[in-house]
Design a protein around this ligand. Structure first.
Ligand code: ADP
Length: 163
């Protein structure tokens, strides 16, 4: 029996965008299982709580039957091993992503040579998109409907009108 191909897709997802969803969709076509992995211990100061981000991710991945979501704290390679994942998925948008991603992939390979990082490119319409830019637009009441799910757009409006 061939081994089940499991990949993890780690990130902050503050909040999840259509760029992330595009990568998840591509990964779901390649791997038997994709675990969207919410990194809880990040030095960045997130806008949304872990629970809020979890709800938005769950809503976004609802249509994919082989995708699930989990939280993780600690070393990514340990999480991958504990979940029998052979692959770490990362998204590559532009050259600017490359240096940091390259460094992280090499470090993870040093820590755990059996785990491979795979880079996926999104549809080019999402190459300029990141969570920070979406938050900046939403903060000043710009329309973010093309960049995020309906739920995320609503949560962004709630968050900024409460501030
Ligand atoms: P991190 O804070 O670790 O960069 P993010 O949640 O911002 O976490 O991103 C998780 C992964 O998704 C990273 O590999 C990032 O490059 C990728 N990513 C984010 N936005 C996009 C996008 N618009 N298109 C493709 N990949 C993306």
């Amino acid at each position: 029996m061939s081994e089940k191909k499991i990949s993890i897709y780690p990130g902050t997802f503050d909040p999840i965008t259509r760029g992330h969803i595009d990568i998840i969709y591509r990964a779901s076509k390649i791997f038997d299982e994709v675990i969207v992995t919410l990194a809880v211990n990040q030095s960045k100061k997130p806008l949304f709580t872990i629970d809020e981000r979890m709800v938005m991710i769950h809503d976004a991945i609802d249509e994919f039957s082989n995708v699930k979501v989990a939280e993780f704290d600690g070393l990514l390679v340990d999480f991958a091993r504990d979940n029998s994942a052979q692959v770490i998925i990362r998204g590559l948008r532009a050259i600017s992503d490359f240096e940091y991603e390259f460094q992280m992939a090499l470090m993870n390979k040093k820590l755990s040579p059996e785990i491979t990082t795979v880079f996926l490119m999104p549809n080019e319409k999402y190459t300029y998109l990141n969570s920070t830019i979406v938050k900046d637009v939403a903060k000043f009441n710009g329309n973010v409907d093309n960049f995020v799910t309906k739920l995320v757009a609503k949560e962004l409006t709630n968050k900024f009108s409460a501030q």
